[in-house]
Design a binder for this molecule. Structure first.
Ligand code: HEM
Length: 399
């Protein structure tokens, strides 16, 4: 199962150095997070120049909502990315101006216009594995489906999607500074710069690349750096988060026949189920803010300039906020999780992501009646700010 209920129990918290990039800690962190919520609500770590980790629902909520005390402008990752990610790493009021460009295209009433082609992509991706008795739920289905729809939404040319899918996967799977990531990263940036220039010369259109290419803030055109940064985050923000949620959902459903049966019998349940899969999987699992004033979290003083790593995955599994937090309850309602964040930086792509996940799961369940994990030990994870499944081999028995 995705959540192993009781790990972390053996850790000596007094000497413990929390490390978001340490696979040994992060592959199954739920037991550790449970203990930290109870025993050390604000834990100091010396890694990456020093930071606090907080994982209680209420503390995570405060960090997300109170952007005046907790800024993103000093980065949201550890260590910090070398370039500024827009619109994430700027505070209001400037932040609102960037969001005003993006929000209209991703509002719920606009997103539903994409339903037909998303469904065609889902059918195509399911058909590609339909005859097989074994496949990898992540690399053979969730990843190609999620990446293609996210890239197509942004307005990349159909013919480039395969290459882009490969590049973005390499970047997501690699560490940030290994030679392959650096080489692919350079090619990717060159490609994005070229496509932005092309769209700038073309008439303004409705796709996201075009809106960024022709975008303005404060009555001036966006600079080339602003355009590149916005497009890069829009490209990278959606791909692995959606594929990881989809793969995590399929792993849960592989183990829970009754949920598969209920979802097939009543597709309306997909709405609450997808929300719940985002809570349960929490692919963007921990992020960073910097305190701009002296304050307190979990009863512990936090000083101006301190980095705070806040646990979205931990808050989303906090027993004080959710009944049966380590289970998927497909009709859970209300479900006030932080899987998409909260406050000013709440995910701009959440409506699109939920629509894509609903359609992907729906098409998958229509073709695959019975499937199970081929090898529980073969589940593979990428860890860091994101905690994402990247391999999930399944055995299937077709209808
Ligand atoms: C299941 C899928 C997704 C999850 C779990 C997810 C999660 C998140 C989270 C937690 C944040 C808040 C970050 C913070 O407060 O520091 C965020 C912001 C963001 N997401 Fe998503 N995301 C998903 C899909 C997408 C998609 C499909 C797109 C693009 C089409 C996207 C683009 C962005 C952008 C641009 C931001 C920054 C918003 C801002 O700073 O105002 N995300 N996302």
């Amino acid at each position: 199962v995705v959540v192993a209920a009781d790990q972390g129990g053996a850790v000596e918290l007094a000497d413990f150095q929390y490390d978001l990039h340490d696979k040994a800690q992060m592959v199954q962190p739920y037991g550790l997070w449970r203990r930290l919520r109870r025993e050390v609500p604000a834990l100091r770590s010396d890694r990456y120049g020093g930071f606090w980790f907080v994982g209680r629902y209420e503390d995570v909520r405060n960090v997300l909502i109170d952007h005046q005390t907790f800024t993103t402008s000093d980065g949201v990752s550890l260590p910090r990315f070398p370039t500024v990610m827009l619109p994430l790493e700027v505070d209001p009021p400037l932040h609102r101006k960037y969001r005003a460009l993006l929000n209209p295209l991703l509002a719920p009433q606009r997103v539903v216009e994409h339903e037909d082609w998303i469904r065609r992509e889902a059918k195509r991706c399911v058909e590609a594995i339909a005859g097989r008795s074994e496949f990898d739920a992540y690399s053979d289905f969730a990843r190609p489906f999620a990446n293609r729809i996210a890239l197509r939404l942004l307005g990349f040319p159909e013919g480039d999607l395969g290459q882009l899918e490969e590049w973005t996967h390499t970047l997501i799977a690699g560490t940030r500074d290994d030679p392959v990531s650096l080489e692919v990263g350079a090619k990717f940036v060159t490609y994005l710069v070229r496509i932005l220039e092309e769209r700038e010369l073309a008439e303004p259109a409705e796709d996201i690349i075009s809106v960024i290419a022709h975008g303005e803030v404060d009555d001036r055109p966006l600079t080339p750096d602003e355009k590149l940064s916005l497009l890069q985050l829009m490209t990278q923000g959606g791909l692995s988060t959606m594929s990881a949620t989809l793969a995590g959902a399929l792993v849960w459903l592989a183990d829970h026949t009754e949920d598969r049966t209920r979802l097939r019998a009543d597709p309306n349940l997909m709405v609450t189920a997808v929300e719940e899969f985002v809570r349960y999987v929490s692919p963007t699992t921990q992020l960073v803010r910097t305190a701009v004033d002296d304050t307190a979290l979990g009863g512990c003083p936090i000083h101006r300039g301190d980095k705070v790593l806040f646990g979205i995955g931990s808050a989303n599994h906090d027993e004080d906020a959710f009944d049966r937090p380590d289970e998927v309850v497909i009709d859970r309602y209300p479900n006030k999780h932080f899987g998409f964040g909260a406050g000013p930086h709440r995910c701009v792509g959440s409506h699109f992501a939920k629509l894509g996940l609903r359609i992907g799961l729906d098409e998958f369940l229509q073709v695959f009646d019975d499937f199970e994990l081929a090898d529980r030990d073969a589940l593979r994870w990428h860890v860091g700010e994101a905690r994402e499944l990247e391999s999930a081999p399944m055995k299937v028995a077709n209808k």
